[in-house]
Design a protein around this ligand. Structure first.
Ligand code: URA
Length: 202
């Protein structure tokens, strides 16, 4: 089976999940989206109001900023990357998901990563870092540093919602994304071009 077929197979199982309480208050499960053949995956926290309404990840203000970040990397949401969340259902009032909720949702994410088999994963914000690497870690200390684990390279950086609240974090975030582009050129495509980080610049 192709990756697209395997994701299509998994989707109805995830959409039917009621393993934690979040689905009760949510409109729908947000599976994630992107290119099934992406070698680069972004992982956020969980759906907000817009995502809950549309059933798609990162489509609100933070999502529009994420799309601009992806564009600055010379990529697009549906051609080059896949976008996932730590929990697939909107926490009421956009509160942070609890460790119990993200642990309960974890098998879905694991199966998605198994299928996608990305070389590089960008962890967007504190919740993704804590849920996927270690709950004691802090995003301010870990951002910009590669974590090599399970045959993949993980880069924690700030969540786009944090950049909307505090635009001065954008500069550091772009430094982190340039590290991701370096790794992408090393592992995936040495000729990958980015409008803001040309190959000749380093
Ligand atoms: N914030 C997230 O972490 N995920 C989304 O899908 C949208 C906003």
């Amino acid at each position: 089976m192709t990756k697209a077929e395997r994701l299509d197979d998994l989707r109805p199982k995830v959409l039917a999940c009621r393993a934690c309480g979040l689905r009760d208050a949510a409109t729908q499960v947000v599976f994630g989206e992107g290119s099934p053949n992406a070698r680069l995956v972004f992982i956020g926290e969980g759906p907000g109001a817009d995502e809950d309404r549309l059933g798609r990840p990162f489509v609100g203000r933070a999502g529009q900023l994420l799309d601009r970040m992806i564009a600055a990397m010379g990529m697009t949401r549906f051609d080059d990357v896949y976008i996932l969340n730590v929990v697939k259902c909107r926490p009421p009032g956009n509160r942070t998901p609890t460790p119990e909720e993200w642990t309960t949702c974890r098998p879905h994410l694991e199966q998605q990563l198994d299928i996608l088999d990305p070389a590089i994963i960008v962890l967007l914000g504190s919740t993704a870092l804590k849920a996927l690497i270690d709950p004691t870690l802090r995003i301010t200390q870990m951002r910009g540093q590669w974590i090599e684990r399970g045959g993949r390279w993980w880069m924690p950086t700030y969540h786009p919602a944090a950049l909307l609240r505090n635009p001065s974090l954008k500069r550091e975030t772009w430094e982190d994304l340039k590290r991701v582009l370096d790794k992408y050129r090393e592992l995936v495509n040495p000729r990958h071009e980015s409008p803001h980080y040309p190959i000749i610049s380093h």
